[in-house]
Design a protein around this ligand. Structure first.
Ligand code: PLP
Length: 216
């Protein structure tokens, strides 16, 4: 069973620093019994990184609990976009035209709209997904104007083992330049710096649920 004390102290800490930051409890790898403890406590934003797992865990549950908001924080593959579209409310990892086009078509066909973050490869790391910061402006315009997607902000995963503050600020500047108000940044290890530097959506997993090693 989930011990709520970590969640409660993170929540207090975050609300003492900002009144604009939403905590996304990243529940990947954890079964619904853990997640339900948080839901019963009134938490309603959850993050998953695999469409298959999210579908398996959440589909039935979402039929009853309509106030839950599910966030897709993992890489989207084109053959999974339709399933993702059906159960998620937010997608944090939009970074290419092909997937954006599929989503736009789904929105027209199913009369449902999602909220999107564009994922930016903020430090230009070769192994990472996300759009190049130089190309972000054009891609945002394309998604908004040509495809009619509701782009609400930018998301990044800063390089590991370096101070993330420079990258958080870089993302914030890029968002402001493109009239985007939301920032999806900050995880268990750096959510405090992220909130202090303007994050509005924190993606916190192990800090709330504990180590993911032997779960779901
Ligand atoms: C797993 C994951 C998180 C949460 O990571 P923790 O370190 O457990 O808080 C946040 N963002 C993304 C994209 C993830 O895949």
């Amino acid at each position: 069973m989930l011990n709520l004390s970590n969640y409660l102290s993170i929540k207090n800490e975050v609300s003492s620093l900002s009144n604009k930051a939403t905590i996304i409890a990243v529940s990947k790898n954890f079964p619904m019994v853990f997640i339900k403890t948080l839901i019963n406590h009134g938490h309603n934003h959850f993050g998953e990184n695999k469409v298959q797992e999210a579908k398996y865990k959440w589909t039935d549950f979402l039929k009853e609990k309509t106030n839950i908001k599910l966030h897709m924080i993992g890489k989207l593959q084109s053959n999974k976009v339709k399933d993702a579209f059906k159960i998620f409310d937010y997608i944090h990892t939009l970074d290419n035209q092909k997937i954006a086009q599929i989503l736009s078509n789904l929105e027209s066909n199913f009369d449902k709209k999602l909220k999107y973050f564009i994922q930016v490869n903020i430090a230009g790391e070769q192994q990472k997904t996300g759009i190049d910061p130089e190309l972000a402006g054009d891609f945002i315009k394309y998604c908004r104007l040509d495809l009619g997607l509701n782009i609400i902000g930018l998301m990044c995963l800063p390089p590991i083992n370096v101070n993330p503050i420079f990258y958080f600020n870089k993302l914030k500047t890029l968002a402001h330049e493109n009239n985007l108000s939301e920032l999806s940044m900050g995880m268990t290890n750096d959510y405090i710096e992220a909130v202090k530097n303007g994050s509005t959506y924190l993606r916190i997993g192990s800090g709330i649920f504990g180590s993911r090693s032997n779960q779901f």
